[in-house]
Design a protein around this ligand. Structure first.
Ligand code: FE
Length: 195
């Protein structure tokens, strides 16, 4: 059954203690009810494109779970929708994610912390990964390519709220901030793409 994403509610239970990410300290204590796509109104602006950077590799494996056995780093569950500007879910859209590891390094020989997948019939995606470390010159970020079936590729990056480096990274855009909440030892991250 397809629900309009704007009407769906999502319960985030948070307890802002012992966090390694500054922004999480700003997440409200207790249970916070957030709209699933709070920023999506009719005629929504498409998600901003950003530079690909030097570390993209094509032909990543199809997988939603990028955490290999023994991999260090704080788990992140990144979820959201891929939507049209009218907030309609886009099914079977491709999402390709690549990122730095817990020490700020990209795997340029294999496909560690690289993977792609497709939105489900309701336009939802989900990645399980780790918190990328910052590396020289950049604030904390994920890289993604998002493509509707047969459509144009959006290349962009997602950012973490309240990172000290956000102010000093010329690529940072607040429109590309994820929303975060603590989830046990890990972090729930949410971002909806508009194509
Ligand atoms: Fe990067």
């Amino acid at each position: 059954m397809l629900h309009a994403p704007t009407r769906r509610r999502f319960l985030l239970t948070t307890a802002a203690t012992g966090l390694g990410v500054a922004d999480l300290a700003n997440v409200a204590l207790g249970a916070t009810e957030l709209p699933l796509t709070p920023a999506c109104h009719d005629h929504e602006a498409p998600t901003l494109a950003q530079t690909e950077g030097p570390f993209f590799k094509p032909r990543s494996p199809e997988r939603a779970d990028l955490i290999d056995p023994g991999m260090k780093g704080r788990p992140v569950e990144l979820v959201g929708y891929v939507l049209t500007p009218a907030c309609r879910p886009i099914a079977h859209a491709l999402l390709d994610l690549w990122q730095a590891d817990d020490e700020g390094a990209y795997d340029n020989t294999g496909f560690r912390l690289r993977g792609h997948q497709f939105t489900d019939a309701e336009g939802r995606y989900r990645f399980r990964t780790i918190l990328p470390a910052v590396y020289p010159g950049r604030t904390r970020h994920f890289h993604l390519k998002v493509q509707p079936a047969g459509g144009r590729v959006l290349t962009t990056q997602l950012y973490f709220p309240d990172e000290p480096m956000n102010r000093r990274d010329g690529l940072f855009r607040k429109e590309l901030l994820m929303r975060l909440a603590q989830a046990g030892d890990g972090i729930d991250a949410r971002f909806d793409f508009v194509l």
